[in-house]
Design a protein around this ligand. Structure first.
Ligand code: NAP
Ligand code: GDD
Length: 354
């Protein structure tokens, strides 16, 4: 005779830093769907900045039941330590960062404090509290710096060129050092660029899709920086899936998360204009490049030195073969599908704003 045993499955607890960001919001959705109790770290601001998680926050079945928000800051040891002490999470996803490369040249100290020491604060708390918490670090392709046009993988050389990239390299290494020295489950996802309709509006892809939506609906033009940089652009929703999969492994490893295809900023702009059926002419002189609408001779956008960086990463292309082997992760959304989703999202939103 078989006796059915009632098995109580313990609900997993996760802390997400950077929960109000693009990735944090997608990851929160994913973990809630998987039955986690999710605790997000948020910063106090003079205006409410929870747009990306409002749909979770405003759901009474979830908010303060399986989803909780806590004030804190990556630069503040006590807030990090007391949150980890209070929650004693199974998993921490460290997504919080001053994540803008160009801004990091203007705020190098702050970037180092939040993006490098912030990670150390988490590791030290987990270690000193003697927890078995797994730690995921949102590392970045910026740590490679300017490599030649080869596919970058886990064994490629790291030579970052921005204060952001350098702060993130510190985090990458301190994760590896704590893993080795204290036998902690700590891992780095070396994420190449990933975008979505939730992408911050000062990053180039969103600047283009929002800028073109403004052009279509309000006839406003916009400015861009270097059009010749290449990036390996994927969809953020798929990248948070990789984060979770990495944390379910028995042993921690670092993995490159990328699409294996690289396109220039100009390619992104041209593809977006194609979707909007804008016929343009490109006019170049020594000072700037202009994109003019063939239909009415209006300026759509032009380049401006203000948006260039003191040090640029010209080319990024990743190789995620190891991620496929170890976590069966493979991106599905193509470059064209990504551009289309972002263009359509901004087109509808700007129309509503009008
Ligand atoms: P994002 O949209 O800029 O979000 C960053 C998050 O970090 C926001 O929630 C922000 O809070 C929070 N944050 C910033 N400084 C903080 C501080 N001092 N204390 C507490 N929270 C702070 O970035 P994302 O695109 O989601 O990226 C997520 C992570 O992945 C970042 O660490 C980024 O560096 C890394 N990454 C991103 C990409 C990419 O292509 N998206 C690629 C590689 C790596 P507020 O909302 O209050 O500003
Ligand atoms: N932001 C921005 N604004 N970038 C521009 C512009 C502009 O007006 N015009 C051209 N670009 C170029 C930048 O010089 C860069 O070469 C490229 O577009 C991409 O810039 P961003 O979208 O700002 O992204 P990023 O590659 O510098 O950094 C992003 O990806 C990293 C991973 O490689 C961020 O998400 C980082 O947090 C992330 O680590």
């Amino acid at each position: 005779m078989f006796q059915l045993m009632a098995k109580t499955v313990k609900q997993k607890k996760a802390i997400i830093t950077g929960i109000t960001g693009q990735d944090g919001s997608y990851l929160a959705e994913l973990l809630i769907k998987k039955g986690y109790q999710v605790h997000g770290l948020i910063r106090r601001a003079s205006i409410i900045k929870t747009d990306r998680i409002d749909h979770i926050f405003n759901n009474p079945k979830i908010f303060n039941k399986t989803f909780f928000l806590h004030y804190g800051d990556m630069t503040d040891d006590i807030s990090i330590n007391s949150l980890i002490y209070k929650i004693r999470p199974d998993e921490i996803y460290n997504l919080a960062a001053q994540s803008h490369v160009k801004v990091s040249f203007e705020l190098p100290m702050y970037t180092a404090n939040a993006d490098a020491l912030g990670t150390l604060r988490i590791l030290e708390s987990v270690k000193s509290l003697r927890l078995n918490t797994k730690v995921y670090q949102a590392s970045t392709s910026e740590i490679y710096g300017n490599s030649s046009k080869v596919k970058l993988d886990e064994n490629s050389v790291f030579r970052p060129v921005s204060p952001y990239g350098i702060a993130k390299l510190y985090s990458f290494e301190i994760i590896r050092a704590y893993r080795k020295a204290y036998n902690m489950f700590a891992c780095n996802g070396i994420l190449f660029n990933h975008e979505s309709p939730r992408r911050g509006e000062t990053f180039v892809t969103r600047k283009i899709t929002k800028g073109l939506a403004n052009y279509v609906h309000k006839q406003e033009s916009f400015l861009l920086g270097n059009l010749n940089a290449y990036r390996d652009w994927g969809h953020a929703k798929e990248y948070v899936d990789a984060m979770w999969k990495m944390m379910q492994l028995k042993k921690p490893i670092d993995l490159v998360i990328s699409t294996g295809k690289s396109y220039s900023v100009r390619d992104f702009l041209v593809e977006a204009m194609k979707i909007l059926e804008i016929n343009f002419i490109e006019i170049k002189n020594r000072k700037e490049t202009k994109f003019i609408d063939k239909k009415n001779n209006q300026l759509i956008c032009k380049t401006d030195k203000r948006y260039e960086r003191p040090n640029e990463v010209n080319y990024l292309l990743g190789n995620s073969n190891l991620a496929f082997k170890r976590i069966k992760w493979k991106p599905k959304v193509t470059f064209k599908e990504l551009v289309k989703e972002m263009v359509n999202f901004d087109l509808i939103n700007v129309k509503k704003e009008k």
